[in-house]
Ligand binder design. Sequence first.
Ligand SMILES: NC(=O)c1ccc[n+]([C@@H]2O[C@H](COP(=O)([O-])OP(=O)(O)OC[C@H]3O[C@@H](n4cnc5c(N)ncnc54)[C@H](OP(=O)(O)O)[C@@H]3O)[C@@H](O)[C@H]2O)c1
Length: 274
Amino acid sequence: MKTWFITGSSSGFGKQLATQLAQLEEVKLIATARKLSDLAYLDRYDHGQIKKLALDVTEPEQIAAAVAASLAFSDQIDVLVNNAGLGYFATIEESDPARVRQMFEVNFFGLAAVTTAFLPQLRKQGQGVIVNLSSALALTTLPTMGFYSASKYAVEGYSAALRQEVGPLGIRVLTVEPSGARTQWAGSAAGKVVPQIADYAAFKETVATAGNFVTQSPGNPAKIARAIIEVVTSGDFPDHLPLGQFAYEGGLANLTTLVGEIKGQRERALAVDD
Ligand SMILES: NC(=O)c1ccc[n+]([C@@H]2O[C@H](COP(=O)([O-])OP(=O)(O)OC[C@H]3O[C@@H](n4cnc5c(N)ncnc54)[C@H](OP(=O)(O)O)[C@@H]3O)[C@@H](O)[C@H]2O)c1
């Protein structure tokens, strides 16, 4: 029996993950959402192996309470999925600092706070998997997605260091980099600032139509959730899981360019050390 804990299970990937995990006999599920009523869809699967908890990842008391309730429900937390997150569409110059900070509170600081709260238990167990929802936009970037990308690059840098710290203790850290998928991440909760500065007119359409991602992205949330479950359950996985064509091809192209640039600077790079 493996116990999964998921943040942001009210919609999108989190809801798909919870729905699919709820149907697996060998899984104990702890699904969390800001509003407990948003988890009512799980009631049809209730077979004693599902715990629903209220959790806003920006609220430290709620995190502590969720960890305590989880450990009362299950001796062991095998998989922590840091899924909660939201989008923000604006040029860098026209971004609203308060909205950007709020996005970072969820996408990065919330993820980090939930992880820190579970680490003592994971260390005690000497095993576990932390799945951090990053983004294809942490493998490459697009205009008007700068601060969103930054929040996901933060997740990547954080995860890479965490991996080095807890890997020797038996804890794996998987970052998932999905391409655009048909969830609510670009919907009403996402901030959007249509460029007003004439120099950024080329990006007006991108922001104005950002909500179209919700219905028109190629990524299928059910398939993405299935891929995550399959990969984690297999126990044999890399550190990164790019999903979708954009993540694969866009990420590969960007990182290949980066490798080329670093190699091209070999002499200058090595010349500054004594
Ligand atoms: N869909 C994509 O194209 C895509 C691509 C790459 C990465 N991602 C990432 O995938 C993750 C899941 O997003 P999604 O695409 O499934 O979007 P979604 O349908 O909007 O789901 C996001 C979830 O996060 C929750 N959430 C927001 N703020 C929260 C907070 N303060 N505390 C707890 N939960 C909170 C939402 O809950 P409420 O319903 O209460 O707001 C919702 O359950 C996010 O980290 C997102 O950045 C998405």
